[in-house]
Ligand binder design. Structure first.
Ligand code: UTP
Length: 290
């Protein structure tokens, strides 16, 4: 398999779970401590040596591309004010990756969003990172998948164990464990009822796919609300050509879920030595009186 150089990051959804915060601000731009959600996702890609980022956006999301561009006016203000550490920080973000973008004109689901990037991907294998899913740990999440994709020369999907009562919220795989944490996928099913779920290994927002996925996406019949599910196309790809799954190590936060979003904020704020003790003190007081 060729090196993975491109990642598709779909960010075109409405973010309805996060309203009213997301009425005019994309969910992916909400801050987790001092950085927007999307910056953590792009940093993960960068740590896995992916240089080309393709955002699948909509008409209200250009602020996401702007975040990864220079802001010369701001830079000159920071320069004049002598705030050189901040200047370096905002420049670093602009220089992280090459950014391309494509519009998803109707929000017809994750599979449809990926389809929108077809002409930018062409014939190369590529990664997908869902724009509101945060992964933290030693090896970058998407890097764990790339390693297995290269070794097995097959597409790979990232999975994590979820409690049985949550399986109906995810795509779930049926797999045979061939090495610790590495599975050969036998089947996958989108949002099964608990009693129908083949396991509690849930597909989380990281994938390495081959361009033949587009032919399968072409054939997927739209489901509820006209949505085209990526899992349906991957199921056919797995049956016909084989697919692996990797149980991802590290922590995951779904930024579209308030409890997880707020926990991620506290987690990152606590990593900052300057903030840690003040924050812990406030939290302790708060917990005591609630
Ligand atoms: P979600 O289902 O979590 O996002 O999709 P959403 O639709 O924005 O959020 P809710 O459920 O209404 O709160 C996961 C990712 O896929 C993108 C979203 O932007 C999000 O980053 N997405 C989803 C698209 O790009 N296009 C779509 O049609 C749907």
């Amino acid at each position: 398999m060729k090196d993975i150089r491109k990642v598709v990051i779909p960010v075109a959804g409405w973010g309805t779970r996060s309203l009213p915060a997301t009425k005019n601000i994309p969910k992916e731009m909400l801050p987790i401590y001092n950085k927007p959600v999307i910056q953590y996702v792009v940093e993960e890609a960068q740590r896995a040596n992916i240089q080309d980022v393709i955002f699948v956006t909509n008409r209200d999301k250009s602020v996401i591309e702007d975040h990864f561009d220079y802001n010369l006016q701001l830079e000159s203000v920071l320069q004049r004010a002598g705030k050189l550490d901040k200047l370096e920080e905002v420049r670093r973000v602009a220089e992280m990756v090459n950014v391309m973008s494509v519009r998803q004109k109707k929000q017809l689901g994750l599979g449809h969003a990926v389809m929108c990037a077809r002409d930018l991907i062409r014939d190369d294998p590529f990664a997908i990172m869902v724009g509101d899913d945060l992964m933290f740990g030693g090896v970058p999440g998407i890097g764990q998948l790339i390693e297995v994709a290269m070794a097995e020369k097959l597409p790979v999907v990232g999975v994590m164990e979820v409690p049985w009562e949550k399986v109906s919220k995810y795509g779930i795989i049926d797999g045979e464990e061939v090495a610790p944490g590495v599975f050969r996928v036998k089947d996958m099913v989108e949002k099964p009822a608990r009693e129908d779920a083949p396991s509690r290994l849930a597909i989380v927002g990281r994938y390495v796919l081959t361009p033949d996925i587009f032919d399968y996406l072409d054939k997927v019949k739209p489901g509820k609300g006209g949505e085209i599910q990526l899992t349906d196309a991957m199921q056919s790809l797995a049956h016909d050509k084989g697919m692996m799954a990797v149980r991802m190590s590290g922590m995951r936060f779904d930024a579209g879920d308030w409890a997880e979003f707020l926990t991620a904020n506290i987690y990152f704020a606590l990593q900052d030595e300057d903030l840690r003790y003040e924050l812990l003190g406030m939290l302790k007081n708060f917990v005591q009186f609630n």
